[in-house]
Design a protein around this ligand. Structure first.
Ligand code: GLU
Length: 305
């Protein structure tokens, strides 16, 4: 197992400039000299180290990973800044994807031992229950309802529900303006559920993914897209001439890592990684979300989750 170098606080500004379009983790085996190569090359350093000789007693998830010799991770791949697969380069980028890589590295698995699976909001619990993936990192709000089926580590980030509208829309400034409007969100999300529960005068349109909603917004089929502001900021940043995020957030979304229900040893392992890894968290945040204008600080993990 090769080891990546921990390069704290080096090349941060350069990495930030590359965020959203470039991969900030790339291939392992980075050496500090890579920092000097420049020339538009993707930076190959990562702020985490690949651990060695890891054991987690009493974790079925870790046992399955060990037996398989690789990690299966559920992510999003259409959410720039959070979980994104570049269709031309094949690179995966984003805060959540880097959190997923950081967890794998802490377990002893480098990039080439990670299999990513894109799983939409509505299918997350089932994928974890089925054992299709070892863990899920993708704008996954910790909720009591979901905790009936799975466990969460975290929270590792907190955001809130917001609204994305056309840049020339002056009618919608908050959820109270949605009455009689058509608002789009993802099936199975807390976002669509909140509109149905609390803003019943809005018409809702659902798709598997938020990028489908954004396409509908751009073509004028819907009036707004609603989900977590951190997600919406990523879409607006990709197309600022046509899209804007409006108003204040109107919920609290605490992002957790989805884990097989009852695997407390694995949950504790990830929580300890978050608690001890403040510097790594900050670099991952700065490289991805911070560079896109998302604000946030690392929340304390809540063992009750
Ligand atoms: N964080 C919200 C949720 O978990 C919305 C984003 C998403 O669907 O991933 O439902």
């Amino acid at each position: 197992m090769r080891k990546t170098k921990l390069i704290a606080g080096v090349g941060l500004a350069a990495a930030a400039l590359l965020a959203l379009t470039a991969c900030n983790s790339g291939t392992p085996g980075a050496a500090p000299s890579d920092e000097a190569t420049g020339g538009g090359e993707e930076t190959s350093s990562t702020p985490w180290e690949v651990a060695t000789d890891v054991t987690i007693d009493g974790s079925p998830t870790f046992d399955a990973i060990t037996e398989r010799g690789m990690v299966k991770v559920g992510v999003k791949e259409d959410q720039p800044g959070l979980g994104y697969l570049d269709p031309t380069t094949g690179e995966r980028t984003g805060f959540d994807v880097d959190v997923a890589r950081w967890i794998a590295a802490s377990l002893g698995y480098d990039e080439d031992k990670i299999e990513f699976q894109a799983i939409p909001s509505a299918n997350r619990e089932q994928a974890i229950v089925n054992g299709d993936i070892d863990y899920y990192v993708g704008t996954y709000s910790i909720t009591d309802k979901r905790k009936e089926q799975i466990s969460f580590a975290g929270p590792y980030f907190i955001t809130g529900q917001g609204l994305l509208v056309a840049a020339d829309n002056d009618d919608i400034k908050g959820p109270d303006d949605l009455a009689g409007k058509n608002v789009c969100s993802a099936t199975g999300s807390t976002s669509i559920q909140r509109i149905k529960d609390e803003y019943p005068d809005a018409t809702t349109t659902e798709f598997d993914t938020y990028s489908q909603c954004v396409e509908q917004l751009k073509s004028g089929q819907v009036d707004a897209v609603t989900t977590d502001e951190a997600i919406l900021i990523g879409y607006a940043a990709q197309d600022p001439d046509n899209l804007k995020v409006v108003g204040d957030v109107f919920s609290e979304e605490r992002y957790g890592v989805g884990i097989q229900k009852g695997d407390t040893a694995f949950v504790e392992f990830v929580n300890t990684m978050f608690t001890d890894g403040g510097d790594v968290w900050q670099q991952i945040f700065d490289n991805n979300l911070g560079a896109a204008g998302v604000e946030g600080t690392q929340p304390e993990v809540d063992p009750a989750d």
